[in-house]
Design a protein around this ligand. Structure first.
Ligand SMILES: Cc1cc2nc3c(=O)[nH]c(=O)nc-3n(C[C@H](O)[C@H](O)[C@H](O)COP(=O)(O)OP(=O)(O)OC[C@H]3O[C@@H](n4cnc5c(N)ncnc54)[C@H](O)[C@@H]3O)c2cc1C
Length: 388
């Protein structure tokens, strides 16, 4: 089997890259997945998006990412079912208040400032909150939620129409390199696939796949647990995040409430199950913050892997020291749903034109050797680290 461009991983990131490559070129494109398309983290997330990040590099990127998310119907013909319900981060300490104050100056300079709210204002706006220990909040009205599956199927159908091919239940087990050029891969189910361009979009498995080419790309799994309630009358707006313990809850399109909290997440490929102690701790945290949750019935729990990078920011592009034709797009560290559309567009331009768009430059894999790490503190795993 032979193709021009092989994409390893059929999650949101791989599907978005495939769609944009097909949109901008006539290359033969194949997406391969060890399981099914959209079976990994891309269908296991909370489906929220935001422009507010701790680092300006991520904030600039996210502003464009949210625009692309909203433009999807005209691109793929599928509605991302997006709603701008906003986010509120609940603040418990003076230090957190100062961090949001500082960040808001940066967000203001980028045109996306939000509102720092005193305790009384938080009480007035969201009377369902138990205000114990809360000294204020930061409200970001630009943020919201979408639907992961609608976006993934949109990419799949639009890419199929443009001629992209898909191979499921087929695992890449070897990367074939010769004379410092990518030649393709060996898999569990087919004869070798020949491809001079290979893009690794393997989510949490990206580090494992890159090792097959003898390369160390620092992407590691972090298993996160999450649940959804039965649908209830709409009352919870915006996505509510506790800066005390990392508990968050948001109401989705049918009225169901998605909730999560990190509780010693395992940093390995542990089974995608749920622990009763997690459900207990998460439920207690939820009922404490929003007492009316005591009447809520949990419908389903599940778990998935964050694809973590050392600076909690995506790794996109290639290192010139790698075999020619090898690219990576991964390490989204808990925000790959919202970044996927724009990342696919940038990756396609990068691969086809051999240029790196400005907004992508901070995210190149070379930053780890050059010591140019991104200082990103406003991610769920950091809220948890601070509180452990
Ligand atoms: C509980 C939870 C909540 C989250 N909430 C949000 C949120 O609200 N907002 C947000 O933006 N992000 C969120 N995320 C993060 C987001 O889901 C991920 O960053 C994103 O889905 C990554 O997409 P991906 O395509 O890179 O990875 P995946 O969807 O995991 O796809 C990777 C694919 O690669 C395939 N693969 C791996 N190895 C091989 C191989 N050797 N051969 C062939 N195929 C292979 C896998 O089978 C998989 O299908 C959350 C994640 C979790 C777990």
């Amino acid at each position: 089997m032979k193709t021009d461009i092989l994409i390893i991983g059929g999650g949101l990131v791989g599907l978005s890259i495939a769609f944009h490559l097909a949109r901008f070129s006539t290359k033969k494109i194949l997406v391969i997945d060890r399981t099914k398309l959209n079976y990994g983290s891309s269908t296991r997330n909370a489906s929220h998006f935001r422009v507010h990040f701790g680092a300006p590099e991520n904030t600039r990127f996210a502003i464009e990412a949210v625009k692309r998310l909203n433009a999807l119907p005209s691109l793929t013909g599928w509605n991302p079912i997006a709603a701008r319900d906003g986010y509120v981060w609940l603040i418990y300490h003076e230090e957190q208040w100062k961090s949001f104050e500082k960040a808001n100056r940066m967000w203001e300079s980028l045109g996306v400032s939000g509102d720092l709210l005193e305790r009384e204002e938080v009480t007035r706006r969201w009377p369902y909150l138990n205000m114990d220990g809360i000294i204020g909040g930061f409200y970001g009205p630009q943020n919201g939620r979408g639907h992961h599956d609608s976006i993934a199927y949109g990419f799949y159908h639009a890419a199929s129409r443009l001629g992209v091919k898909f191979l499921e239940n087929t695992e890449v087990i070897r990367m074939n390199v010769s004379g410092s050029k990518m030649r393709g891969v060996d898999t569990t189910a087919t004869s070798p696939i020949e491809a001079e361009t290979v893009v690794v979009a393997g989510g949490a498995y990206t580090g494992t796949v890159m090792k097959m080419a003898g390369l160390n790309v620092p992407v590691e799994p972090e298993r996160r647990e999450i649940c959804v309630s039965e649908p209830v009358k709409f009352f919870l707006k915006p996505l509510t995040i506790s800066m005390k313990d990392g508990f968050y809850a948001g109401q989705m399109v049918r009225g169901e409430i998605v909730m999560s909290m990190g509780l010693n997440p395992t940093k390995e490929f542990s089974p995608l199950e749920n622990r009763i102690e997690w459900l207990r701790a998460m439920s207690l945290a939820g009922v404490k913050l929003i007492p009316s949750f005591r009447n809520l019935r949990i419908l389903r729990t599940w778990s998935g892997y964050y694809d973590m990078s050392p600076d909690h920011s995506q790794i996109m592009g290639r290192d010139p020291a790698w075999p020619e034709g090898l690219f990576v797009a991964s390490g989204f560290s808990g925000h790959g749903f919202m970044m996927s559309t724009f990342s696919g567009e940038l990756m396609a331009k990068h691969i086809l034109k051999n240029q790196t768009p400005d907004l992508m430059k901070p995210f190149l894999p070379t930053r780890f050797n050059e010591g140019k790490l991104i200082n990103e503190a406003l991610v769920m795993s950091r809220v948890q680290e601070v509180n452990e």
